[in-house]
Design a protein around this ligand. Structure first.
Ligand code: SF4
Length: 691
């Protein structure tokens, strides 16, 4: 396959943003201007980019770029420029002091799903070896953790899409539960060629292209999945041969949905029983079909069970592990997949191993040259970690790499307060994000097209990002920051600033684990335009479709798991009578730290808004553009009204790319995945503006 762009196109690499990881060529001209062109050889985008990708060059040239470390003498002082070594000295001295006074768990680390595999891997090792802390988690906990937990429980393995993305075009029918890919990753739409069913409380861009839109009440996706499964089982759509040959646990699930007759599911979800029947007929009548979930179904205090409900439906229809069919999670963040495999999660070691597994501890400790008994963990999950900062017994220092929790965490104002209560906050980032602005020390780091590294996209395909341009003088890589701090803490020999060296170590650490990268090299990725894990050493071709012959469970069968519906953690009442749901818009990405600093994207999506039905707007006495005050039990914010019949009467929507939406959201956690309930909370609405 052609992988190197002709020289006049620049270096062949991948987009800085979402999990589609569109292939692009990046070229810096003599006058410093950046030119981006899409690559044709990467199947995920095959020559297409969205507006975020087309404008990504501005990240490399923009004025907002941090180029000098900043530090403040105390919380009342301003951030002032400081030399890089001086900044690292200062951080290491203060970490050492806090560790001596309060123990190793006084220092915490917060990573990100946008970090390369090398960074995610080294960050987990840095926390456990150089800092000796169990307190590490990352923002992917807020993203794919529910789907990951559910897939692991059902299939014995979580690999977002357990098939190449190009297989989706072979599915005659696709049900997308809670994903708005037409807005979040538009090139994905070219893979949705056939009949599409969308589950969403809003008539999104994706829903508008669907043959059937199930306009669900927020927080009731699981009841819908139970209702759909009831119909499939009682109206002759179950694939009993597949169930007998490839699954276990069916009888308990059949019993658990016996009372979910369509009328009951209609009452709970607001979706007409006839529409549910139509969805099942389409899925059950197709020769090939897929069920995909996105954050809409997953970001709930019952997110893992909700995804399990959709997996049970897929298993009953005989889809997973059959060509052109299956269940998959549409991963969101750029390295959302790889970011959850290499050890920056509180409960995990590299290779997608559990940190409480003695064999995994022994293997990884061997690669790291430490005693397994010295490996700490498991630690707190992301929200629990942020919520514990600065509390008695909680961490007193936090190091943040590639995340902006002041905007992206639930109950965000409270989290900003926790950050303010720390003795030390260190943020490594490319720009002065809202979180970096609160830090005691800010470390400017290199970004996507300025460095080599691997990313694992939503298909589980390991990709190579290449350095296309030089970073600004004075900026260091995240790996160099970790290595520099480790050296100052007496562990220098165990850490490298070179991504190639770190990747070779990651390969050894992952060997034998579920996410085995040991047979993957930079050279091989370049020659094959990506390699699907698992790819053990010894010439293994990689695994595009890991479930074709058997599931990686002890008996090779997928598991049906009975799950029960429960209402949202917070239901509407007289004081808070409307549902708020949150999501994304095309021109912005995640917390907006990067995209809000790009002029063209800001022009397209300049500010937050609250979307509501015209009947609701009339009741509030507001018209388009009027300020609306939105209040939940956790906080209050204002946004301009956007009025559209595309949303339910009882629900408002806010994008979370700006501060505000997450002041309102509910940190109620899923008991299995520890995912907060971003997608539904109860709010009060009033006309805003001057009293
Ligand atoms: Fe592709 Fe996502 Fe980048 Fe858009 S943001 S160009 S969909 S990788």
């Amino acid at each position: 396959a052609a992988v190197m762009a002709p020289a006049h196109l620049g270096e062949a690499t991948h987009c800085p943003y979402c999990a589609l990881q569109c292939g692009m060529n990046v070229r810096r001209d003599g006058d410093g201007a950046i030119t981006i062109t899409p690559r044709d050889d990467v199947p995920a985008n095959a020559g297409a980019l969205c507006q975020k990708g087309w404008t990504a060059g501005a990240l490399l040239t923009g004025d907002a770029r941090l180029t000098t470390p900043l530090a403040r003498a105390d919380r009342a002082a301003r951030l002032e420029p400081v030399g890089y070594d001086e900044a690292l000295d200062q951080v290491a001295d203060r970490l050492r002091d806090l560790r001596e006074r309060y123990g190793p768990d006084a220092v915490a680390v917060f990573g990100g799903g946008g970090l390369t595999n090398e960074k995610a891997y080294q960050l987990g090792k840095f926390a456990r070896v150089a800092l000796g802390t169990s307190q590490i988690d990352y923002n992917g906990r807020f993203c794919m953790s529910s789907a990951a937990a559910a897939a692991g429980r059902a299939f014995g393995l979580d690999r977002g899409l357990p098939f190449p993305i190009t297989d989706i075009a072979a599915a005659e029918v696709v049900l997308m539960a809670g994903g708005n890919v037409a807005e979040t990753m538009p090139p994905f739409m070219r893979h949705l060629k056939n009949t599409l069913i969308v589950v969403d409380p809003r008539e999104t861009r994706t829903a508008r292209q669907a043959a059937l839109h199930l306009k669900i009440t927020p927080g009731t996706d699981l009841a819908l999945a139970l209702g759909l499964l009831h119909i499939a089982l009682t109206e002759g759509h179950a694939d009993l041969g597949y169930i007998a040959a490839r699954t276990a646990g069916f009888d308990a699930v059949r019993a658990s949905v016996a009372t979910w007759w369509p009328e009951r599911a209609e009452r709970v979800t607001g979706v007409p029983a006839a529409a549910m029947r139509r969805a099942v007929e389409l899925l059950g009548g197709a020769r090939t079909a897929m069920i995909l979930t996105g954050r809409g179904a997953e970001q709930h205090a019952k997110g893992a069970d909700t995804v399990t409900g959709f997996i049970n439906l897929a298993l009953a229809l005989g889809l997973p592990g059959r060509p052109g069919s299956g269940y998959g999670c549409v991963t969101g963040q750029g390295n959302g997949q790889g970011g959850r495999e290499h050890g920056q999660k509180a409960d995990q070691l590299p290779g997608y191993r559990r940190i409480d597994d003695p064999a995994a501890r022994a293997h990884v400790a061997g690669v790291w040259g430490v005693d397994p008994a010295d490996l700490p963990g498991p630690g707190r999950s992301a929200y629990e970690l942020l919520d514990a900062l600065g509390t008695p017994g909680g961490p007193r220092a936090l190091l943040v790499f590639g995340s902006n929790p002041v905007v992206s965490a639930p109950r965000a104002r409270h989290i900003a307060g926790r950050l303010a209560a720390l003795d030390l906050l260190v943020v490594a980032d490319v720009v002065l994000s809202e979180t970096a602005a609160l830090a005691d020390v800010v470390l400017p780091v290199t970004q996507w097209a300025e460095e080599h590294g691997t990313m694992t996209n939503l298909e589980g395909r390991v990709l190579l990002r290449r350095r296309a341009v030089d970073p600004p003088p004075g900026v260091r890589g995240d790996l160099a920051v970790m290595a520099g701090l480790a050296a100052r803490l007496g562990h220098g020999a165990k850490f490298s600033a070179d991504p190639g060296i770190v990747f070779d170590e990651l390969r050894r650490a992952s060997a034998g684990g579920p996410a085995d990268y040991s047979g993957i090299t930079y050279e091989r990725i370049a020659a094959e335009t990506g390699v699907f894990w698992p790819a053990p050493a010894g010439g293994h071709p990689g695994t595009p479709r890991p479930f074709l012959d058997r599931f990686p469970t002890p008996d090779g069968r997928a598991r049906f798991v009975p799950v029960g519906h429960r209402p949202p953690a917070e239901e509407v009442d007289d004081d808070y009578p409307y549902y708020l749901t949150t999501g994304r818009v095309l021109a912005q990405y995640q917390s907006g730290a990067q995209t809000r600093r790009i002029a063209a994207l800001n022009e397209a999506a300049p500010e937050t808004f609250v979307e509501m039905h015209p009947d609701l707007a009339a009741r509030l006495g507001v018209t388009v553009g009027d300020p609306v005050r939105i209040t939940s039990r956790r906080g209050s914010t204002e946004a301009a009204a956007r009025v559209t019949p595309a949303i339910r009467h009882d629900t408002v929507f806010m994008p979370f790319h700006w501060e505000g939406a997450n002041h309102l959201t509910n940190p109620a956690l899923d008991p299995l995945s520890r995912m907060p309930e971003f997608k539904v909370c109860a709010v009060h609405l009033a006309r805003g503006g001057p009293a």
